[in-house]
Design a protein around this ligand. Structure first.
Ligand code: IMP
Ligand code: MG
Length: 187
């Protein structure tokens, strides 16, 4: 039995599907930004962006500048806490830049909205969102990511960057965890 089989009771997006999503999204980004006269700044939201962003970049045929932010809204459980905290800020000046934010999942949209507002406040020229998973059913703010890998129902998911208490990010697919892995008072 693999770690994926031991962790997930239902797989929503297989590893092959994720790689296909990365290929299609990478091609779309390459097309959309090919005539821009400055390199796009790709900002990954740690730590969930990591597996997705590294696969996505392999399919973008443009030179990109990379930076990372760590913002937290979950505080370890399975429900977004509403408040968003900046744990690690950018090292790049964003003034006048074209930016793509890379996220593993957009749920309420609060985290990404807060980051978009901050980047615009700092003078970013354009800000788009590329997310592997979108859960529009959980949305609490108005936000439609430009690049969406897969829309899924508003369930708690794990794998390929998505974590529960910093675990399961390393699963090679995305799905719903077995109930016994999630503590009852976190549901
Ligand atoms: P939002 O602010 O509600 O959109 O939440 C975004 C953040 O919450 C993501 O960056 C994830 O870290 C986390 N998150 C949202 N849904 C899930 C999930 O189903 N599993 C694991 N983490 C999630
Ligand atoms: Mg996260």
């Amino acid at each position: 039995m693999t770690k994926e089989e031991r962790s997930l009771k239902k797989v929503f997006v297989s590893h092959d599907e994720i790689l296909e999503i990365c290929r299609a999204m990478g091609e779309a980004i390459s097309r959309d930004y090919q005539d821009y006269d400055q390199p796009v700044l790709m900002i990954g939201l740690l730590k969930g962006c990591h597996p997705f962003m590294s696969d996505l970049l392999k399919h973008i045929d443009l030179l990109m500048e990379l930076d990372y932010m760590d913002v937290s809204s979950f505080f370890g459980g399975t429900k977004s806490a509403g408040e968003v905290q900046i744990i690690k800020d950018l090292q790049t000046q964003v003034d006048g830049r074209d930016i793509i934010i890379v996220e593993d999942v957009v749920d309420s949209g609060r985290t990404i909205k807060k980051v978009i507002d901050l980047l615009k406040f700092r003078g970013a020229k354009s800000v788009e969102v590329a997310t592997l998973i979108d859960k529009p059913g959980g949305r609490k703010v108005e936000l439609v990511p430009k690049y969406i890998g897969r829309e899924l129902p508003d369930e708690f998911l794990l794998g390929y960057g998505l974590d529960y208490k910093e675990m399961y990010r390393d699963l090679n697919c995305i799905g719903v965890p077995f109930d016994h892995l999630i503590e009852e008072n976190d549901e």
